[in-house]
Design a protein around this ligand. Sequence first.
Ligand code: FAD
Length: 385
Amino acid sequence: MSKQVLIAGAGMGGLAAAIASARAGWHPRVFEQADGFGEAGAGIQLGPNATRVLEAWGLGTALARVAAFPQRLAVRSAGNGEVLAQLMLGPALLERYGAPYATLHRADLHRVLLDGAADAGAELLVQARIERVREAPDAVLVSLGGPTEIEGDALVGADGLWSRVRQEIWADGPPVSTGHLAYRTLVAQQDLPKSLRSDEVTVWLGPRLHVVTYPVRGGDWLNVVAIVQGALTAEPEAWDQAAAAGDLQQALGATCAALQELVQAAPDWLLWVLHERPPLKGAQAMSHGRVALLGDAAHPMRPYLAQGAGMAIEDAQELGRCLAMARDRIADPATALRRYALNRWERCARVQRQAERNGRIFHATGPVQWGRDLSLRLLGERLLD
Ligand code: FAD
């Protein structure tokens, strides 16, 4: 009989883990606390490190049906709109990395992964919040609040930023606020003035803020995310709260006409309060006996490298490789999870650190901002290459 892996959370990380573990010959049982499967109304970028994995899992065609594949990333000044630098994302990137740069609606990516997990034979349960975790010598047991325990050979905590599994095993407290807020919206391109429609990724840099726009749903919609540093008035644990365009406009201050018009053109905004944890400090922070963490549960990061979900997908691929060792009786489940953690923690820590550094560069003020813009202008395409 196949070994059973219990997976807490059916976000992108949990579903990717389900696909990878099924491919490794395990039987995945995914427990999702929500009433149904779904994702927030916002966009997501996937670099070739992540699209390569999805293609390897046979999901390339499904991805291509819903994604946009922008040809260029332009870095602009939020103050005057000037293009400071650019990076070509189309054929040159494909040739260099062997997989495309994609931009998607989060719900579309979630659906691709959900279908992939179902096709792979994963058991998918909703209204199933994992509350307690207990380690036994030859198994791991979870309970959903009641007296009944569910037994598995391994448990993967893919339950996001506020991970319950992490608290049960590591008990290292909640994530911390970054002091940054993300305002997000999706606008139909046809509802935008022609000058604001775009099929590129654009990053607008201003003092203590940046704005990212990119196409989703095959290019029919434009995703807009504006990150500002500001007072945290919102509920910290809510992912997506309604926000007023007026608040954002005030937070953006004196930015160029195009950005002001974009904010006015989008009627509905959602607000995210950004949290993080310090970079991982070793494999012991990612696995403990038959329990391992994956995605934001393990390494929640600032979104300034657009790699949070990318790291979750990479984690899942490595998890699958290591679980296959247990299937083949090369290792017991705890050793397989230890190998997974050893192979992943350092890369994830580096990406967490780099994302934080990017934020500092993006939000620079005064002479540092001036130097950054000069460097971008001088180095142009090569700097971002
Ligand atoms: P989550 O998506 O949080 O999923 C966790 C799931 O677990 C949820 O469904 C939740 O309901 C469920 N759950 C929680 N607790 C329990 C429990 N006890 N029992 C059962 N179920 C439970 N990443 C990128 O790669 N590219 C980007 O462009 C990008 N942009 C971003 C922009 C912003 C503004 C933000 C905030 C993040 C961005 N990210 C991006 C990061 C990315 O969204 C996350 O890294 C990714 O969603 C993490 O997925 P996850 O599955 O680990 O966690």
